[in-house]
Design a protein around this ligand. Sequence first.
Ligand code: HEM
Length: 403
Amino acid sequence: KHAPHNADDVLESLPRDRPSGCPFDPPEGLAEIRGQRPLTRLVYGDGHVGWLATGHAVVRAVLADRRFSSRYELMHFPVAMPGLPAQIPPAQVGDITGIDPPEHTRYRKLLTGKFTVRRMRALTERVEQITAERLDAMQRLGPPVDLVEAYAQPIPALMICELLGVPYDRLEEFLGLVAASGDRDLTPEEQFDAFAKIQEFVRELVPAKRAKPTDDLLSDLTTTELTDQELAGIGGLLLAAGLDTTANILALGTFALLRNPEQIAALREGDADRAVEELLRYLSIAHTGMRSALEDVEIDGTLIRAGETVTLSIQAANRDPRRFTDPDALDLRRHAAGHLSFGHGIHQCLGQQLARVEMRVAFPALFNRFPGLRLAVAPEEVPLRGDMNIYGVHGLPVTWDGA
Ligand code: HEM
């Protein structure tokens, strides 16, 4: 049992600085907060006094509770973000992460039925092909290469192309736009322009698939009651949710393995499914979630009032010693099931099976092809995505012997 709240227990700001020695650990201060009080008051960027949940049981309980909403327009943001409107606009059509039942239930039913076992199996074969092609390309290029550009980004990008059925003669154009939208060497306007062109690309794809369906998820979805506008929104969501996430776990995961070389043997010889779950838990790249209370709710003996926002620290929950033994150790042989890296409850990640397939194939293939893989720069020089919604690395220069 934890001490009851009193007025002094308010956190003035959300800890966000990662420890300099280990960029894979959650920001400094979070472990102490979790140890003292897994659900604590927090002052938000706009002055709202909401909550911060850091304990595994509490984060899970909030995610499972329908009395908490995902609607964007009800959220306060834990940190001040310049340029953020005082009133957050509601989710755009098709963006199911920012809506509640019953609307959410309707979309989710239509979508879940299309992520079939048969489709996922076919995608496994494609991941294997794509991975082998990328490794051949890396070998041709010779060391050093940026693993993000050469491997971690193209694999999920090509897999989303498979889901959406992007025609082969437009793949290069599409991949170019995806790369440009996240290219830090371009101006923000150029990046935004590329992003707008991607959205336009997906919008144009929908009527084409309706007119001439092919064997892909988007064509399948055109046979449902969904309108073109809804389908374009869903296509955009799959891109937004499936690209950066998987790309960053592949790159950050490789970085973590290179820093824990004794784990590479476990990856190559051990149970690949276990290895994948542990990397998901340990890295917690989607580090924070948010919900707002629709009514007064009591969680773990604490009253959260209607209208208050709860920030859910997925990364703190995944390192909770009350849930996982020796939580700060990366141990690919452990049972990491029960981690919250894909969320929990009705919004739990729709693409999790695809993400798992990509990880299960891409990590061992990389270390089997390049057993001597190592960083081409000092670990401190790897550029980290410190302030981004999805944690990871901007680039990962790697090298190997025997070119
Ligand atoms: C939702 C993480 C890959 C599509 C989520 C949520 C998390 C998450 C934490 C829950 C958000 C919330 O409750 O507010 C991840 C991670 C990934 C990954 C860590 C990779 C390692 C993917 C992929 C796709 C995808 C590959 C698509 C192909 C979605 C969608 C939702 C979602 C559509 C919204 C579901 C809903 O609101 O009902 N993801 N994701 N994700 N994810 Fe993923």
